[in-house]
Design a protein. Structure first.
Length: 262
């Protein structure tokens, strides 16, 4: 207790080694593999969702870029705020809002895929905030998740994933989309499911399982303290997000395996 505290740079330098070596990602994969070996994972039914993680920056830190691009990232090259402004505190953070009623906040988006048997996280990543990020990350993560062969594989999601390219991407992966639909579809917000997908007998069950993802995000934000990240830069935020997902899996696995151990 009386020993001198080590220099803070010792930790920060080693932290960069951990981030650069993808240690959190490898640790997460090892935990998932352990759960798979214990028979705790479903390889047929999954759920995807994303959540906003507040960045370690304020709105006041956003200033105009010195060299903005000549062509923006919006439709037909339209310049968006992220093209013309950036945070002096965390340049990778973006001003983003989840709904029109919410205010824009400097943030990142955390994404997970859970399996529906026990609600364990089988894929996790962090992206910069954007309206397309959830769907793009969902397809990318799902492509790397081991799935059953010769059986029906499903993916449940909320209305935010009701988009033509995402639905088509699931079909291309051989996954049945169990995505919530708009009660009153319109020209700008159409439903893209086929009748056989909409009427699939497991559709309602997949929608009921979606609440487990909210429990995942609730734990990561509250218990793991990631409602607002203390890190700057997407790689560091993702490092902590994957460690938090690993910790949650281990807690659930301990509870699930306890009767067998006893």
């Amino acid at each position: 207790m009386d020993d001198a505290v080590w220099e803070v740079s010792v930790f920060t330098k080693n932290r960069e080694r951990l981030v650069g070596g993808a240690v959190a990602q490898k640790f997460f994969a090892a935990v998932v593999q352990q759960a798979r070996g214990a028979g705790l994972l479903s390889d047929e039914h999954f759920t995807v969702d994303g959540t906003l993680i507040e960045a370690w920056a304020s709105r006041r830190s956003f200033v105009e870029k010195k060299d903005p691009p000549t062509r923006g990232t919006g439709a037909r090259g339209r310049k968006l705020l992220r093209d013309t402004h950036e945070s002096t505190t965390d340049p990778e953070a973006r001003l983003f809002r989840r709904s029109r009623a919410a205010e824009s906040r400097p943030s990142y988006l955390g994404h997970v895929i859970t399996e529906n048997r026990n609600g364990l996280v089988v894929a996790a990543c962090v992206t910069q905030s954007s309206t397309k990020a959830e769907r793009e990350a969902g397809l990318q993560m799902l492509a790397g998740v081991p799935r059953a062969r010769g059986k029906k594989v499903t993916l449940g999601a909320d209305k935010g994933f009701q988009e033509e390219r995402f639905i088509a991407g699931l079909r291309a992966l051989g996954v049945v989309p169990h995505v919530a639909e708009y009660a009153v579809p319109s020209k700008h917000w159409p439903n893209w499911l086929r009748p056989e997908e909409r009427e699939d007998h497991g559709f309602e069950k997949s929608q009921r399982k979606r609440k487990r993802v909210e429990q995942v995000f609730g734990w990561i934000k509250q218990a793991a303290g990631m409602r607002q990240t203390k890190f700057r830069g997407r790689r560091r935020v993702e490092w902590m997000f994957q460690l938090a997902a690993s910790a949650l899996n281990l807690r659930r696995m301990q509870r699930l395996l306890a009767p067998a151990a006893g």
